[in-house]
Design a protein around this ligand. Sequence first.
Ligand code: XMP
Length: 329
Amino acid sequence: DWKMQDVLDEEIKTIQSMVGPDEHVICALSGGVDSTVAATLVHKAIGDRLHCVFVDNGLLRYKERERVMSTFESDLHLPVTCVDASEQFLSKLKGVEDPEQKRKIIGREFIAVFDDFAHKLEQKIGKRPEYLVQGTLYPDVIESCPPPGSGRTHSHTIKSHHNVGGLPKDMKLKLIEPLKLLFKDEVRKLGSILNVPDSFLKRHPFPGPGLAVRVLGDVTKGNALDTLRQVDEIFVQAIKDAGLYDKIWQAFAVFLPVQTVGVQGDQRTHSNAVVLRAITSEDGMTADWYYFGHEFLVDVVNKICNNVRGINRVCQDITSKPPATVEWE
Ligand code: XMP
């Protein structure tokens, strides 16, 4: 794609002329397409004066940390520090039920971990990093600051997403936002020129607060997070096996803090229920629920009930957006 190749060459030149020869740049990788493509681009421009961090907040999907770290290191050769902060996040979330409160706590902890990373880096390289890379896209720019008269409102009034402008303000870092003028499909094209694996570029979006908004209520209760990870993995893998992954915008499971009566073998059980949610969408602002058909669902429900301890009931969410939102919290 010659147009995206031009965009890439231009961006690299801009970054090279902006960042001085002994200046350093930091970047938080989420495992998503945007931050990965942004970091890969900046790495191409300034090499190992880029320092990335990936935070395991204890709210990631099944084997997510291993999967993304291997892509960062083996496929993209990005300089990444992996910080395991799961204990820190989960202890702060203990007993917290309110979704907005959970988001605030996660945002705050993230900043604390990022701050700590920046300070340790400063000691290591003997100077302060000057720049911060963010994978902001054009729609994020419009959504956070709708042009006057556009009739668009802040989505933030519904849920406080913390990807835009959510990093330490007192660190006085200058921003590098190489994707600021691009739409998602353009970012994917750019990523593919930069050799970001296709499997990575086509990943479904994943919310910043992770599984915290998919375990309803207190996420630290019992085995909820681990149970959810297993269900989610079976569901998403079944979707991939059926060749449906690219037709679906987002597919995931939700853990309900509700126990229902069931029967397994000749035992009466009293276990948790989970919900499967799969939607199609253009941009996440509106969405339709996805119709799988009988065979797929029978198979996936059997797999879940036979393999995941503590689940005896599986439901599917067949609500579109609106009136529902994509996530349950
Ligand atoms: P909702 O649930 O608002 O979701 O219909 C729309 C899209 O946004 C994602 N989402 C989030 N992303 N932080 C994020 O980074 C959040 O707090 C958050 N809440 C929802 C959701 O997965 C969907 O793609």
